[in-house]
Design a protein around this ligand. Structure first.
Ligand SMILES: [Zn+2]
Length: 91
């Protein structure tokens, strides 16, 4: 009875199943039915909501982290070194 009610309400995803769809949900790659069922689970499951929020925070952090730019002097020195190396006569 409970399982049938849960299915009718679209909340038949358990936590393990919901976690399998986490990446697809964040990338908006779930079909409408699965997306709805995933969101229903998130509404009812605090642990998964926290997990989803942390997952999104990590993704955002990774997108905001650009590699540091090298100092212009280092770039100039490296290019100069490479030009010299490439122009050296081969023995
Ligand atoms: Zn859950």
């Amino acid at each position: 009875m409970i399982q049938t009610l849960k299915y009718w309400l679209g909340i038949n995803l358990n936590c393990k199943e919901a976690h399998q769809f986490l990446t697809d949900y964040v990338e908006n790659a779930l079909d409408e039915d699965l997306k709805w069922r995933f969101e229903q689970h998130m509404r009812l499951c605090r642990n998964c909501r926290v997990y989803l929020a942390q997952y999104k925070a990590v993704i955002a952090l990774l997108h905001d982290t650009a590699p540091p730019k090298p100092q212009p002097e280092l770039v100039a020195h490296t290019l100069s070194f490479l030009k010299n190396e490439l122009n050296k006569p081969t023995s």
